[in-house]
Design a protein around this ligand. Structure first.
Ligand code: 5GP
Length: 290
């Protein structure tokens, strides 16, 4: 590589000015994408004529689009084979076509769905609420992967994907989970690809997960809505855990202790709903999607 050119003071000042104008122009374009004034098509057209915009990173362009956060942008780029550092100017014709198609489908023709995360202490009735929401057709409910063994009334692929510890570790290494956490000695994780696809297809998505995982989702996807389901009383929660009958006494005691710790997490959530009547909770959650 040759030595950098020696610039006069005036040339250096002019170069700095140009760089700051380019940065301002890109910030302006991003603001217009965010507000919905510019579509991806408009930006691609401008980039064909303006160097400053052509140098914008594809990742920045996608993340500025309404409903596309870091996780969705990166999943989309992986799928379209666009490297994370690629600039608009470096996109191939095929990639441009694919991006256009993608956003005809998602951001414009179809409004992306909402991501609702339902959490709360074990035994509070999350899975009953989730089952009702699935039946309502208003939500696509994610099926998690877990390392725990199936209970007698559970089916693989319906209640969970029951997988081995080794397989779970492999998926963690492969970055296949939107979030994952350890709970009562087992690991649980939300497969990201299915969630991404459902959201892009405009479905509202429900995750029924424990608190640690809910916090991870919020940090990846700030637009997600975290709902904490609370029991009407502590006594009621104990009664529900006792009545479950599918756990051993040791496991129940462990879950009771956990539930106590979990109840303290309510303030981290966007919304706290008391589960005094399942129908009312379900209605309230469906109402959040409109
Ligand atoms: P259970 O073993 O009773 O089915 O679930 C134990 C806990 O794990 C519940 O609080 C449930 O909401 C949570 N859980 C289920 N799937 C996931 C998941 O994918 N991620 C996280 N973080 N928690 C989950």
């Amino acid at each position: 590589m040759g030595a950098p050119p020696i610039l006069t003071v005036e040339q250096r000042a002019a170069a700095l000015l140009k760089a700051s104008q380019s940065r301002r122009r890109r910030a302006d374009i991003k603001a217009k994408i965010k507000s919905g004034e510019f579509s991806i098509d408009t930006v691609l057209e401008i980039a064909a004529n303006e160097d400053a915009v052509a140098k914008m990173r594809v990742r920045e362009l996608l993340e500025a689009l309404s409903g596309v956060g870091k996780v969705r942008a990166s999943a989309l780029m992986q799928r379209l084979n666009i490297s994370p550092t690629r600039r608009i100017a470096g996109l191939g014709r095929h990639q441009i076509k694919e991006l256009r198609n993608e956003f005809m489908k998602s951001s414009h023709a179809i409004k992306p769905g909402k991501l609702l995360v339902l959490s709360g202490p074990g035994g509070v009735g999350k899975s009953t609420v989730a089952a009702r929401l699935r039946a309502s057709g208003d939500f696509w409910v994610s099926v998690s992967a877990t390392t725990r063994s199936p209970r007698s009334n559970e089916y693989d692929g319906v209640d969970y994907f029951f997988i081995s510890d080794e397989e779970f570790s492999r998926r963690v290494r492969g970055d296949e989970f939107l979030e994952w956490a350890e709970f009562a000695g087992s690991r649980y994780g939300t497969p990201s690809s299915a969630v991404e696809e459902a959201l892009l297809a405009g479905r509202n998505v429900l995750l029924e997960i424990e608190i640690d995982g809910a916090k991870q989702v919020k940090s990846h996807l700030p637009a997600s809505l975290l709902v904490f389901l609370e029991p009407p009383t502590w006594e009621e929660l104990i009664a529900r855990l006792e009545g479950r009958g599918t756990d051993t006494p040791e496991r129940r005691a462990e879950r009771l202790q956990l539930a106590q710790d979990e109840l303290a997490a309510a303030p981290f959530f966007d919304l706290v709903i008391v589960n005094d009547q399942v129908e009312r909770v379900v209605e309230q959650l469906i109402g959040l999607t409109s």
